[in-house]
Write a protein that binds this ligand. Structure first.
Ligand SMILES: [Fe+2]
Length: 310
C-alpha cells in the first residue's frame, strides 16, 4: 500500500472506500467474504447510531407498515453496527433469506442469482460520519437498514426470488442465439429493462395504503432527506406503475429522483415481475430505449458466462 494511502486508511476500520480489509479482499479477487466485526471502530459504530436514530421519526411517518414490522423483527441495535450473523438469526426463520457479506460490486447476473438462492449480497463497510447524507456506493446502513427489513416479508422475499428467475431466463434466451453481436445487443437491452424495473420498485418504489402513499424502496428508506421529498415534494412526479413505461425509463443515481412509480400491494409487485418475465420470453424487452443504466463489462460477462457463451 502506498504511504499516503496507508496513512489515510490507518484507523479507518471498515469505513467506505478506506477499509484496508476490503482493499485486500478485492486485490485477491475475493467477492464473498466474512464480516470481521472486530475491525469496526468506535467512529463506525457512532456513524451507524446517528444514521439509525435519526431515521426513526421518518420511518414511522413515511415507511410501509411491513418495513416497520421488519425493523422490529430484526431486533437491530441502534447503537452498534449489526453483526450479519445476528441479523440472519432473526431473518432466516421468517423467509429463508440471509445477508451475505461481499467485498464490493456484484456483477448483475451473480447478484440476481444470489437473490434466487435467498442470499442478499451485503456491503459491510459504513459511510464516514462526516458524509452521512450522500454516498454513491451502498454501505451496511443502506443494505441492512434499507433493504433487509423488507426481506422479512414473505411476498416481498418471493418477489426478489422471481428477479433471480428472470436473470436465468435472460441467460437461457442468450444461450439460444448463435451470433455474438446479437447476443450482446439482446442482453444489453434485457439488462436495461431488468435494472430499470429493479430501480423503480425495489430501490425507489412507492405503495398505496389507506393512509396515503408509503415508501417501500430501499434507496428511499435509507435516505433521511429523500424519504420525505419522495412523499411530500411537489417536484416529484408520482404515477401508477406501468411496465411498458418503467422498462423504457432511464434514471440517474446522483440526485433525488424526479419520477417515482406506485404499486398497489406486494402481491401486485410480485405479479409484475411475472409479467416482466413473460414479456422477456415474448421478445418485448429486446428493444428498450437507450440511455441509463449502462451495462458494465462485468455485468455483460456475468450474463454471457451464465449462458455458456465463450
Ligand atoms: Fe440498494
Amino acid at each position: 500500500m502506498a504511504g499516503a494511502q496507508a496513512e489515510r486508511s490507518a484507523g479507518a476500520g471498515l469505513t467506505t472506500t478506506r477499509a484496508p480489509f476490503i482493499e485486500q479482499a478485492q486485490a485477491e479477487g475475493r467477492l464473498y467474504i466474512s464480516q470481521p466485526y472486530e475491525l469496526y471502530t468506535e467512529a463506525n459504530h457512532e456513524a451507524w447510531c446517528r444514521l439509525f436514530t435519526r431515521m426513526g421519526d421518518r420511518w414511522s411517518r413515511y415507511a410501509n407498515p411491513r418495513f416497520l414490522q421488519g425493523i422490529d423483527n430484526l431486533c437491530l441495535d441502534p447503537h452498534r453496527v449489526p453483526r450479519l450473523e445476528d441479523v440472519n438469526r432473526f431473518l432466516s426463520p421468517l423467509t429463508g433469506f440471509k445477508a451475505k457479506p461481499v467485498s464490493g460490486y456484484v456483477p448483475s447476473f451473480l447478484f440476481f442469482d444470489c437473490l434466487r438462492n435467498r442470499e442478499f449480497p451485503t456491503t459491510i463497510t459504513i459511510r464516514d460520519g462526516a458524509t452521512l447524507d450522500y454516498l454513491p456506493e451502498p454501505d451496511i446502513f443502506h443494505d441492512i437498514a434499507g433493504h433487509v427489513p423488507m426481506h422479512t416479508d414473505r411476498a416481498f422475499a418471493d418477489t426478489l426470488v422471481r428477479f433471480g428467475d428472470c436473470a436465468h431466463t435472460a441467460a437461457e434466451i442468450v444461450a439460444g442465439i448463435r451470433d455474438e453481436p446479437e447476443q450482446i445487443r439482446r442482453i444489453t437491452s434485457i439488462f436495461k429493462a431488468l435494472a430499470r424495473f429493479f430501480w423503480f420498485t425495489i430501490e425507489f418504489g412507492l405503495m398505496r395504503s389507506p393512509d396515503g402513499l408509503k415508501v417501500y424502496g430501499s434507496g428511499l428508506l435509507s435516505s433521511h432527506g429523500e424519504i420525505a421529498h419522495a412523499i411530500d415534494s411537489p417536484d416529484v412526479q408520482r404515477y401508477p406503475i406501468q411496465l411498458e413505461w418503467v422498462i423504457n425509463q432511464y434514471f440517474e443515481i446522483d440526485h433525488y429522483q424526479p419520477l417515482l412509480f406506485i404499486v398497489d400491494s406486494f402481491d401486485h409487485l410480485f405479479d409484475l415481475v411475472g409479467q416482466l418475465e413473460r414479456w422477456m420470453r415474448a421478445g418485448r424487452l429486446n428493444n428498450v430505449s437507450a440511455g441509463e443504466p449502462q451495462v458494465s463489462e462485468p455485468d455483460l460477462r456475468s450474463f454471457l458466462q451464465a449462458s455458456g457463451a465463450k
